[in-house]
Write a protein that binds this ligand. Structure first.
Ligand SMILES: NC(=O)CC[C@H](N)C(=O)O
Length: 439
C-alpha cells in the first residue's frame, strides 16, 4: 500500500511516515546488506541459484528443505532435527531480531546450511546480542543470501526435497589455477553427499551423558506417592520439552539415544518419552527395540515427531518419505476424537503409514490415528487403545510456534499419575518393518 493510499483512511499514519522520511532517510541506506562475495547454490538435479555468501564462507552439502515459519529462525537453526539439512526460509526477510541468549533449542546451530532472500541489515530487538550473520559465521555455518527463495521453494515443492550444495569463497575456484568452477563441477560434490533416506542420525546429535532436569516448584506425585519421573530418550531433544514437563511438576532424566531397556527401567520412571530427531525412522532399529520393551512393560509412553514415527514402527506400522515434508508453524491438524483443529508447528520429512478413521490391530493391541493434517491427510498422531501410549508428529513444545497443542503434556502427566495396570506378557516377537522395505 502506498503512503498516498494509506493516507486516505489514516491521516495520522501518513503524518508519521512523512516524519520518518524527512528525518531518517540516511539510516536506511548507510547500513550495507550483510553478506560477502558470490555464492552458488546447486541442487542435485542441476538447477543452480547465485547469491551472496552469508554467514561462513566455504562449502556445505545436505538435504534442501523449505521452512514456511514467519518467526523463530533461531529455534529453527538450533533444532537438532535439522541436522544435515540446508534450510530455505520462505519468509523473505530474515535476521530482523538478531540472535539472543535465551531462545536456542540446543547448544548449537544444527542446520548444515541456511538460505535466505533478504537478510536484515541490522538486528532490532532488546534481547538481541549479535547479528544472525555473525552467529552463523561464528558457528561455521555456510549460508547464502539474495536467492529467489520463492522460485527455489516452488522447485522443491514440484520435484521434492533433494540434495544441495552451497559454495562460496575459495570453494568456487580450482585450488591451483584459481579458475572459476562450473556448475557441473560443483554438482559432483552435491552428488557425493549422503541421502536422507536410510540415515540413522540420532547418535550424532544425542547427549553424550545422561542429565536430569528437575521439576519446577512443587513436584507432582504418581499413584505410588513418588515424584513423577520421566525418562526421555534424546534423539535430538529440544530444550523446550523438558521445560514443559518441569513446569508441570515432573522431573526428566534425559538419556543418550544408545541407552538400553535396562538403563531406562533402572530409573523406575512413571513414563517414557521419545523426542524429535533427525534422520529416517526406518533406520532406528535400536530405539524401536527399546520402545517395544517399554510398551510390553505397559509404561506410559509419549512421543513427539521422530518419537511418533518410532511408536508407529514399534507397533508394526510402516513409515515413508514425504515429497517435501512439513516445516513451519501454522499447519492445521484435526483431532479425530473431538473434531477440533489445532494450529501446530511441524518439522518432518517422513510420516507414518496408517489408516485414518478406523481402529486397526497392532503388535500391542488396537490403535487409531489420533490426528491428521488438513492440508494433505498425512498422519499426525497415534493413539493406542490397549496400551498406555500415544504420540504426535508435530510439536506441542512449539518453539517456535502456537501453543494449541500444549494440552498433550497434561495428557501425558495424567497418564503417568494414574494407577499402573499390570505388566503384560513379554514383547511379541514379530519384527517391526517399514513400508519401503515392504514395497
Ligand atoms: N522433527 C523431527 O523429529 C523429524 C523426524 C524425522 N527426522 C523426519 O524428518 O520426519
Amino acid at each position: 500500500m502506498s503512503a498516498t493510499t494509506a493516507g486516505r483512511g489514516a491521516p495520522h499514519h501518513v503524518g508519521h511516515l512523512d516524519e520518518v522520511t524527512e528525518h531518517e532517510p540516511a539510516t536506511r541506506v548507510d547500513v550495507p546488506a550483510p553478506g560477502g562475495g558470490e555464492a552458488v547454490l546447486v541442487l542435485e538435479d542441476g538447477r543452480a541459484f547465485t547469491g551472496r555468501a552469508y554467514g561462513a564462507t566455504g562449502t556445505t552439502v545436505g538435504e534442501a528443505v523449505f521452512c514456511t515459519a514467519m518467526t523463530g529462525y533461531q529455534e529453527t537453526l538450533t533444532d537438532p532435527s535439522y541436522h544435515r539439512q540446508v534450510v530455505v526460509m520462505t519468509a523473505p526477510h530474515v535476521g530482523n531480531t538478531g540472535v539472543n541468549d535465551e531462545d536456542d533449542e540446543s547448544g548449537r546451530i544444527w542446520v548444515s546450511g541456511f538460505v535466505v532472500r533478504d537478510p536484515a541489515r541490522r538486528p532490532s530487538s532488546w534481547r538481541s546480542r549479535r547479528s544472525l550473520d555473525e552467529e552463523l559465521a561464528a558457528q561455521d555455518v555456510v549460508g547464502i543470501s539474495g536467492v529467489d527463495t520463492r522460485a527455489l521453494t516452488r522447485h522443491l515443492r514440484e520435484r521434492g526435497a533433494m540434495r544441495v550444495g552451497v559454495f562460496s569463497g575459495d570453494a568456487l575456484r580450482e585450488p591451483t589455477t584459481g579458475r572459476r568452477l562450473e556448475t557441473s563441477e560443483l554438482l559432483v560434490r552435491v552428488l557425493d553427499a549422503p541421502a536422507m533416506r536410510g540415515a540413522d542420525l540420532a547418535g550424532e546429535v544425542t547427549t553424550p551423558e545422561p542429565y536430569l532436569v528437575e521439576a519446577e516448584g512443587e513436584p507432582r506425585t504418581g499413584a505410588d506417592g513418588r515424584p513423577l519421573t520421566v525418562v526421555a530418550l534424546d534423539l535430538g531433544i529440544k530444550s523446550r520439552t523438558p521445560w514443559h514437563l518441569a513446569r508441570r511438576g515432573v522431573r526428566t532424566h534425559v538419556l543418550p539415544a544408545t541407552s538400553s531397556t535396562e538403563d531406562v527401567l533402572a530409573l523406575q520412571p512413571h513414563g517414557v518419552f521419545y523426542s524429535n530427531g533427525p534422520g529416517d525412522p526406518a533406520a532406528a532399529e535400536h530405539e524401536v527395540g527399546v520402545l517395544r520393551d517399554v510398551l510390553a512393560h505397559r509404561l506410559p509412553f509419549f512421543g513427539i515427531c521422530y518419537g511418533n514415527q518410532l511408536l508407529g514402527r514399534a507397533l508394526g506400522l510402516g513409515t515413508y518419505k514425504l515429497t517435501y515434508g512439513h516445516r513451519g508453524v501454522n499447519q492445521p491438524v484435526i483431532d479425530t476424537a473431538t473434531g477440533s483443529v489445532e494450529i501446530t508447528a511441524h518439522n518432518h520429512g517422513f510420516a507414518v503409514d496408517a489408516p485414518i478413521g478406523e481402529e486397526f490391530p497392532t503388535d500391542f493391541g488396537r490403535a487409531e490415528v489420533s490426528h491428521w493434517c488438513l492440508n494433505d491427510r498425512v498422519v499426525e498422531g497415534l493413539r493406542c487403545l490397549d496400551t498406555p501410549a500415544f504420540s504426535v508428529q508435530y510439536h506441542p513444545e512449539a518453539a517456535a510456534g502456537p501453543h494449541d497443542a500444549g494440552y498433550l503434556f497434561d495428557r501425558f502427566c495424567d497418564l503417568m499419575a494414574a494407577p499402573r495396570t499390570t505388566p503384560d506378557t513379554p514383547s511379541p516377537s514379530a519384527p517391526s518393518r517399514t513400508t519401503e522395505e515392504n514395497a
